[in-house]
Structures are given as structure tokens and as C-alpha cells.
Ligand binder design. Structure first.
Ligand SMILES: [Zn+2]
Length: 357
């Protein structure tokens, strides 16, 4: 049987077992592909861009695969309901036309992550999401929109990030709507109290999105969502491992608290991941600078991040250098753990084919 391909290198496979691995100069290891559950864009392509073409879509999945990401969740952020519906339908049409995963040269994009629009309207917690499109959990149109989006996505919205900063009854009802639509509820971009986060977990929330980011700069020392999330044993966490969004201490403490299987590394990459360092002009965010260290910041304000610009593979290398967990454990946090979160399996022949590293 013809084997898996990576960089056009054949690997011999029989009965879904690797029987022969050719030697590749400079490549020392073979591992299951990476699974990135939060990718806004990659390689110059923004999944949120309404003018995205089929060629763009494939270019992004190809660039992801070159970075050892074999499964990625295109992530859409807060926008108008109609716009989200159209964008999901567009991406889903491209997905249906594109052979992905397994032996192809493209990352698979079998699911979507909807980050918003049911998030905190508060400054800091809201991050860069547009305030005018933020919706409340008790919006009378909420259920209608969620069903419309899920229909447009062919049932492939797998994660929704939302803020449970309201009464327990509303949180329970909203979280139930997500679950009945086949969506894994994830708390994030939230100023919810510990009790409100607990209500979300009791109702079925299973993840906290990019813990430690999308927060106010100054937090009450005792009562803040970071402690609340860490104390919820049933919540997994995702964390951005690029070295700019979180300091080493937070990455280490989050990993120590949540451990193997409940810590998921994500890139939260923008279209600048996979691009050359330099200055870029954006139509929304103005001018941005991508440094050689892959820090993306607003031009003239080196301390103001403009998003993430490393691939999950680059994040893994950074977090590995911190030394608080083994390279194998951290690879699992970026491959087997997120895959199991999405599908219940730690390995999948199509979604996590082997890659060289
Ligand atoms: Zn976010």
C-alpha cells in the first residue's frame, strides 16, 4: 500500500501500521500530526475574510500542513448573524470541494470553532471583537441563529466560545442549546464570576478558551475568571503557546493544574502565521509589524499585540524550551489531547497522519 506523504516522502503502510520509515536528513522524529482547534487564518489567508476564494482556502490548509498541522478548526469571530451564516456556508462549500487530511498535502478542516458573538461586551474581556455585534445569551434570536449557523456549516460547528456572565437559568438554557446542536461549549472572553462559570460547567461547558487572554489588564486578586476556571476540575483549557500571549509561569501553572488530556495547546493564529517578518497594512487594524521572533504588534506600539503569528508547531517548540513538561507530553497537548477533545479518539488515520519533525 502506498504510504502517507509528507514533503512527498513515502512511508510504507500495511493495515494502518507503519512498516518502513525512510531516513530524512535533518528530520529526527515521526509523530501524529498536530491538531489546532483555533485558527483564524494562516499563510496570508484570513478565514473571516468574506472575499476568501477556494484557492485561498486551500493555500491556508497547505501552509498549515507544511507546519505539521494535519487538522485545524477554521475559527470565526464575532460578526453579524447573517455574515456568520454566509461565511460558514462559504467555508463549508470549499471544504466539500477539497480533498483533505490523510495522504493529501492539506490539513483537514473537519469542524469549525465559532468564537462569539455571545461574549462579554466589556472592554478587555471582549478583546478585538466588535462591540456592536456582541449578543446576549438571552437574546430572543439566539437559538434561531445557532441553528441557522449550524445548518450552514452542515453540522460541523464543533466548539463555541461564549461568556456565561448572567443568571444560572439563562446559562443553563443557552448551554443546553449549544449541546443539542452538537456543539462543545467553551467559556471565554468572559468576566463571569466563579458561580456563573460553575453554572456553565454544570450545564455542560467543557473548555475554557485561551485562558489568561481576553481579560482585563487589571483583575481583582481573589475573584477573577482565571482562578475560577483553574478550580473547575471538569474544564479543559486551551492556551496560546507563542511566548507573547502568556508568560512562562502561567503556561506552566495552567499545565500543572490541568495536566495531560485537559491542557490543549492552540495557536489562535492570524493570517500572519507562516508569513515572512515585515510590516503589513490591514484594512481593519491599521499597520502591523511582524518581528523576526514572530511577535505581531501594532506599528509604533511594540507592547500592543495584534494577534498571534506562530504555527502550533512553533508554539510547541517554544513551550518545550520552557522545560516544565517533556517534548512528548507537550506534543500530546497539541495533537492527541485536542483530537480526543473533538472526537473521543487520541489518534485518527485521516486527521492525525504521521509527520516528520
Ligand atoms: Zn479570542
Amino acid at each position: 500500500m502506498k504510504g502517507l506523504l509528507w514533503n512527498e516522502t513515502p512511508v510504507s503502510v500495511e493495515n494502518q501500521q507503519i512498516t518502513e520509515i525512510p531516513s530524512e536528513p535533518g528530520l529526527k522524529h515521526i509523530a501524529p500530526g498536530l491538531v489546532d482547534i483555533q485558527v483564524n487564518g494562516f499563510g496570508g489567508v484570513d478565514f473571516n475574510d468574506p472575499t476568501i476564494t477556494l484557492a485561498d482556502y486551500r493555500q491556508a490548509l497547505k501552509a498549515l500542513r507544511e507546519h505539521r498541522v494535519t487538522c485545524a478548526l477554521p475559527t470565526l469571530i464575532t460578526n453579524q448573524g447573517q455574515t456568520l451564516e454566509e461565511q460558514l456556508a462559504r467555508l463549508e462549500a470549499y471544504r466539500a470541494e477539497t480533498p483533505q487530511g490523510g495522504e493529501t498535502a492539506l490539513a483537514a478542516a473537519p469542524f469549525y470553532h465559532l468564537e462569539g458573538p455571545f461574549i462579554s461586551p466589556e472592554e478587555g474581556y471582549r478583546g478585538a471583537h466588535p462591540l456592536e455585534d456582541v449578543m446576549a445569551l438571552d437574546d430572543p434570536q439566539a437559538e434561531k441563529w445557532i441553528e441557522a449557523w449550524q445548518t450552514a456549516a452542515n453540522g460541523r460547528i464543533r466548539i463555541m466560545t461564549y461568556s456565561p456572565h448572567t443568571d444560572a437559568e439563562t446559562v443553563k438554557r443557552f448551554t443546553g442549546i449549544l449541546k443539542s446542536n452538537g456543539i462543545l461549549p467553551s467559556v471565554g472572553h468572559t468576566h463571569a464570576s466563579a458561580a456563573q462559570i460553575h453554572a456553565a460547567v454544570e450545564a455542560g461547558a467543557v473548555l475554557a478558551t485561551h485562558l489568561g487572554n481576553a481579560c482585563a489588564q487589571l483583575l481583582p486578586r481573589h475573584e477573577n475568571p482565571i482562578w475560577a476556571v483553574l478550580a473547575e476540575d471538569l474544564l479543559s483549557v486551551s492556551m496560546i503557546g507563542d511566548g507573547f500571549h502568556l508568560p512562562p509561569e502561567m503556561l506552566k501553572v495552567f499545565y500543572r493544574m490541568k495536566g495531560r488530556g485537559r491542557t490543549l495547546l492552540i495557536s489562535d493564529a492570524t493570517q500572519y502565521a507562516g508569513k515572512e517578518p515585515g510590516e503589513y497594512h490591514t484594512h481593519i487594524g491599521g499597520d502591523v509589524v511582524l518581528t523576526p521572533e514572530r511577535k505581531l504588534h501594532i506599528k509604533g506600539s511594540p507592547k500592543v499585540l495584534a494577534g498571534a503569528a506562530k504555527s502550533l508547531w512553533e508554539d510547541w517548540r517554544h513551550v518545550t524550551e520552557l522545560g516544565f513538561a517533556s517534548p512528548e507530553e507537550l506534543w500530546f497537548a497539541a495533537s492527541g489531547a485536542p483530537l480526543a477533545f473533538l472526537t473521543g479518539k487520541e489518534f485518527d488515520w485521516e486527521l492525525t497522519p504521521y509527520v516528520f519533525i
